[in-house]
Design a protein around this ligand. Sequence first.
Ligand SMILES: *[C@@H]1O[C@H](CO)[C@@H](O)[C@H](O)[C@H]1NC(C)=O
Ligand SMILES: *[C@@H]1O[C@H](CO)[C@@H](O)[C@H](O)[C@H]1NC(C)=O
Ligand SMILES: *[C@@H]1O[C@H](CO)[C@@H](O)[C@H](O)[C@H]1NC(C)=O
Ligand SMILES: *[C@@H]1O[C@H](CO)[C@@H](O)[C@H](O)[C@H]1NC(C)=O
Length: 437
Amino acid sequence: MAVRGNRRGAPSRVGLTALLAVALELACPAGALENGLARTPPMGWLHWERFLCQTDCAQEPRQCISEKLFMQMADLMVSEGWRDVGYQYLCIDDCWMAPNRDKQGRLQPDPKRFPSGIGKLADYVHSKGLKLGIYADVGNKTCAGFPGSYGYYELDAATFASWGVDLLKFDGCYYGTLELLAEGYKTMSRALNKTGRSIVYSCEWPLYQKPMQKPNYTEIKQYCNYWRNFADIYDAWKSIKNILDMTSFYQDNLTAIAGPGGWNDPDMLVIGNFGLSWDQQITQMALWAMMAAPLLMSNDLRHISPASKALLQNKEVIAINQDPLGKQGYRITKDSRGFELWERPLSDGAYAIAIMNRQEIGGPQAYSFSLTFLGNGLACNPACSIQQILPTSRHLGLHNWVSFLKVVVNPTGTVLLKIVVIEEKRDVSGSHSLGVL
Ligand SMILES: *[C@@H]1O[C@H](CO)[C@@H](O)[C@H](O)[C@H]1NC(C)=O
Ligand SMILES: *[C@@H]1O[C@H](CO)[C@@H](O)[C@H](O)[C@H]1NC(C)=O
Ligand SMILES: *[C@@H]1O[C@H](CO)[C@@H](O)[C@H](O)[C@H]1NC(C)=O
Ligand SMILES: *[C@@H]1O[C@H](CO)[C@@H](O)[C@H](O)[C@H]1NC(C)=O
């Protein structure tokens, strides 16, 4: 018995050609933004959902958007182990700027809240082995009313590069017309490239375009490393549900485009805040891993429960999110009780499977499903080993292709599994303890 590296034994000639084609495609993904970045979904921390636009440091010294806040988060990202599990980008959102550009027309930080300047903050963040993200807007103003980049794309890109910034979240408020929106996102992408600095480029282009026009994801991926499709997340189960429902509704379009260098962004992780129950936090973590989503936490690392921290730092879940194959997962069924079954193809022929219980009444419910159809019939063929990853890690043993698996899922919770195919040398139906859980 051996864990298989590729599908269905020795590849045929046709299989080899197909493998070669896949390898070539992976080596130079057709039309992805060629900055060499975001080969797996970016991970880090972004201030918006938790800290919003608090600018009053006199009244709210610990909550206001200031260099102190980012330095504290940088310290904690290192001392509390966040960096070591992969959370690397420490990202500033809106409200860092002074109300006006400087005499040379450059953006400048608010002098009271960022007295040392962004360049010094970037140095500090880099000294911790982290990277710094910043925020700007394609239009005349940012969403909170600070100076927009319209008319200044090249200058702003050059300014960010001179400060040592590593990621730009480029918002779309006050975009003018759809033509200016598209032109702005493309121009900023070229301007970032021209700086010569490696800067991850996060777009909200499809989000602003969608109400009027179908996004052309092929084009968006040529310019952006990841992009928002749906409205801002907020700290409630309703928001998580909306994002999951929208994502599965458009999943054919969204999964087709995601891959190394370009990702769909369902927005920040709100785990560790106030609005989600424990099971709902598990659901967000599991499904963000299934969706190959950027993992950008927006929480207060100074005040986070050990349970939420362990969930966010769960290495098995992060490994699924960061799987090098870079295929986004999708929903395969939804039943009348509200159970959803999602799958995500992983490298080496493995699969991640998520079973979500959407019922919001009652207690834990059993869900039984056939392994035969997972991965188009290949995930467990002829047999597989199943590891439960969430809500707790445990080995569920070996199973054969025709088995059913039964899991018990709490209301609004999720069970996350990893399935590794097993090549049986002997008849599977033989003496092994394969079979039903
Ligand atoms: C700029 O784009 C070119 C080709 O598109 C690419 O080879 C290069 O690495 C990019 N540079 C940066 C800094 O992103
Ligand atoms: C920004 O404002 C100027 C002057 O009012 C206007 O010409 C331009 O179209 C605006 N740009 C956008 C993107 O709205
Ligand atoms: C989408 O963009 C791609 C790349 O720019 C282009 O080749 C294609 O024609 C566009 N599709 C549509 C429907 O406009
Ligand atoms: C999704 O993709 C299909 C097939 O390419 C296309 O016809 C459809 O317009 C797309 N839908 C959206 C919302 O982009």
